[in-house]
Design a protein. Structure first.
Length: 109
């Protein structure tokens, strides 16, 4: 589920008959629960809205879904090898790594 850029993961507690959810793309903890799909969706949206209102009332910026920046520490030799290959291909390090991280399109059958 997604609401205002926040994404949630949901699990079912069969014994209690309740769905439990948690926002997964922020460092802050935002949880919710519901006993039906409609109730779960409403609880998710209410929890996100409450979180945003709480941050605003404190004059704080909410932790936003990921910025798109990743800091990865690698051994110097690995850094050298990746940079050398990127230059060999005439690409920036960022472009080279991004191409490696993106999923390959499914081939046509």
């Amino acid at each position: 589920m997604t609401y205002k850029g926040y994404q949630a993961r949901v699990d079912l507690d069969e014994e209690a008959g309740v769905f439990h959810g948690e926002v997964i793309n922020t460092r802050d903890v935002i949880t919710f629960q519901g006993s039906s799909v409609a109730g779960l969706k409403r609880a998710f949206e209410d929890s996100v809205d409450d979180y945003l209102d709480f941050c605003a009332s404190r004059g704080e910026d909410p932790d936003k879904p990921f910025s798109g920046k990743i800091l990865v520490r690698v051994p110097p030799e690995t850094h050298r090898q990746i940079m050398t290959e990127a230059r060999r291909q005439g690409k920036s390090l960022n472009t080279y790594v991004l191409e490696k991280l993106q999923p390959k399109p499914a081939s046509a059958a």
